[in-house]
Design a protein around this ligand. Sequence first.
Ligand SMILES: NC(=O)c1ccc[n+]([C@@H]2O[C@H](COP(=O)([O-])OP(=O)(O)OC[C@H]3O[C@@H](n4cnc5c(N)ncnc54)[C@H](OP(=O)(O)O)[C@@H]3O)[C@@H](O)[C@H]2O)c1
Length: 316
Amino acid sequence: MDRSARVFVAGHTGLVGGAIERRLREDGYANLILRRRAEMDLTRQAEVDAFFAAERPEAVILAAARVGGIQANDRFSGDFIRDNLLIQTHVIDAAYRNGVKKLIFMGSNCIYPKHAPQPIKEESLLTGPLEPTNRAYALAKIAGVEMAQAYAKQFGLDAVCLMPTNLYGPRDNFHLENAHVLPALMHRAHLAKQAGADHLTVWGSGTPIREFLHVDDLADAAVFALEKIQGGPDALYNVGTGEEMSIRALAEAICETVGFSGELRFDSSKPDGTPRKFSDASRLNALGWKATIPFEEGLKATYRWFLENQNALRAA
Ligand SMILES: NC(=O)c1ccc[n+]([C@@H]2O[C@H](COP(=O)([O-])OP(=O)(O)OC[C@H]3O[C@@H](n4cnc5c(N)ncnc54)[C@H](OP(=O)(O)O)[C@@H]3O)[C@@H](O)[C@H]2O)c1
């Protein structure tokens, strides 16, 4: 991909899109095309079609989506399936119709069955029932993968689908109720420290196993895919670190980073989600990509960002 290529980063105000935008700029991409939601709502097909016809992007990185943690996914499942189906359908179709040379579709490892063999390989897709709490979201993402692959097969669209594991980093959503586990817990640990609390409540039993990828590593993978991976009907890649940890270990690491020394209490009335979610990224690793940011370092940098931006956190 030429550094002068017109690259549309959809969702650049978010965690993932923001990291990809930063990375592309650092690498010298001079013609990024960016639109805030207020300028173009991707759930509105007419706006998307008009944008593509006018701007003619050569590459598209689709990192716009309605995203949330376990509670938001469960409570707002209708919003999650509708918005994600609409966004991805409009963008993938417009990309094909307007001759886009490369499309990167950002999914998530929640597309895999709840009880998929671990670590989860790409082959596990559609082999069993999904985790119920985020099924609506996961089904939308599965439809996105299928659409990208079907367009690659029928129309020759050069599409690569990336399925990252849990992400964290600057610009994340730190909402106390709706955010993913790491930022929500970091925020709550910070408040507990400020309040001088003697304990911190962690949702669920603490036993689920997850892995956490710094969003700058994902941005690196996205640029790697943009420049080096040939898209096609089978171009589906997990993006992960190869390191897993329990939610209890995560909570302990967060407390250490934040400087909260109270007791951890686990609220088992809250759902745990999938018992173990650990990606096998060997397909992408075999092409030459690997995550490089150590977890403790990434966590400290994320907390620094949180402290510097406490007054401008997302409201929902
Ligand atoms: N965060 C994770 O742990 C994680 C893990 C695996 C995969 N992913 C994937 O990464 C992608 C991005 O997630 P993220 O964590 O970066 O989410 P995010 O921080 O919430 O960002 C989502 C972006 O999409 C934009 N957007 C949402 N609805 C839109 C609409 N109707 N029209 C235009 N723009 C819209 C948002 O704009 P506003 O700022 O205006 O809302 C924002 O820029 C998703 O596909 C997700 O599945 C994320």
